[in-house]
Design a protein. Sequence first.
Length: 90
Amino acid sequence: MSIPRQLSKALELFGLSADRRKEAVTLLFLGLASFNLDKYEECKEFCAAASKIFDELGDMEGKVKHWAPSAALTSESMIDEMLTHIGSRP
């Protein structure tokens, strides 16, 4: 079972999965944490799962909005590198 799917299951157990948007933001921040730990495959997996949720919700505004706080956590060049690595830009 993938890490994002494990997170979804864990959130379900605590009744937190009703808000898919919060789940997507959590996945995005876990992606950034993974990136900062040089865990690029995990980063890619988390960010792709977050992106998929935003897409499912049809929430492009939310998708873009939640990338901005992420940039505050790391340098701009790290964000650029991460986005290049996962092959996606919000």
